[in-house]
Design a protein around this ligand. Structure first.
Ligand code: ADE
Length: 245
């Protein structure tokens, strides 16, 4: 998987991806991350990459010329996706990450200020993506979220098993995890995790996933097919906790 990131701050992308799993994945050649400095392509004599918005209004808009020239310089493989990160985009999800992980190459455009000239979007962008309903200072932080979440789905970047059980892959949030020591500041690891009965542990984890989901993300349960056993457990739990569903 190749990521080609068009940005005014290549160092943000390159430094943040030079650690841990992403660093190893690059060393093994499983992913490649290139950062292209948009400013290198401006023909403005003052090296500017932004200008005032037509029609007036607050802030500056990134001009089309250096972005389009930067894009044309990288000669991306065909077909490829061109992502523009913006709070006006479609909401990014694990499903979206899974879809993107099937691509060979992804071009990512990071915006700044009040965004980029609409003609760039009309000319080359295939996906406008938002990573959530809040506004960041720049697209680089959102690009890193996309790069990280897609990379870990690329074959051999992480162990396949750990991707299977995690939050969102199953439709439920992940169960709580514990490691040594057995007791920390008076808090013990739940007894059931020590019993060695894997069927019982699986069931406990399933119930814990259900509880975490109902507490933190009840909206996820709308699209989730509960088993009869799940339903029975949740009804009993809600009765004892006096929760009205
Ligand atoms: N740029 C600024 N805010 C953003 C967001 N929420 N998602 C993606 N890109 C952004």
């Amino acid at each position: 998987m190749i990521f080609k990131v068009l940005t005014l701050f290549p160092e943000v992308i390159l430094s943040a991806t030079n650690y841990s799993i992403l660093k190893r994945a690059q060393q093994k050649g499983l992913i490649k991350i290139e950062a292209i400095n948009i400013r290198d392509f401006t023909i403005d004599k003052h090296k500017r990459t932004d200008d005032y918005p037509y029609g007036g209004g607050f802030g500056m808009v990134m001009t089309a010329q250096p972005i389009i020239d930067a894009y044309e310089s990288i000669k991306p493989a065909k077909p490829h996706r061109v992502i523009y990160l913006t709070p006006q985009g479609k909401t990014y999800t694990q499903r979206y990450a899974e879809q993107l992980s099937k691509e060979k190459e992804i071009v990512i455009i990071c915006g700044h200020y009040e965004g980029i000239d609409q003609r760039v979007i009309d000319m080359i962008v295939t996906d406008e993506i938002s990573i959530g309903d809040y506004v960041l200072t720049g697209g680089e932080y959102a690009a890193l979220v996309v790069i990280d979440s897609v990379s870990r789905l690329v074959k051999d970047v992480i162990e396949e098993k750990s991707a299977q059980e995690e939050s969102f892959s199953t439709g439920l949030l992940e169960y709580p995890q514990y490691t040594r020591p057995l007791e920390f500041r008076g808090r013990k690891v739940p007894e059931i995790l020590l019993c060695g009965d894997h069927k019982k542990i699986r069931k406990w984890r399933r119930y814990q996933s259900l509880l975490k989901t109902i507490k933190n993300r009840p909206d996820l349960l709308k699209d989730f097919e509960l088993t009869d056993e799940d339903r029975e457990f949740l009804i009993k739990y809600c009765e004892t906790q006096k929760i009205v569903l």
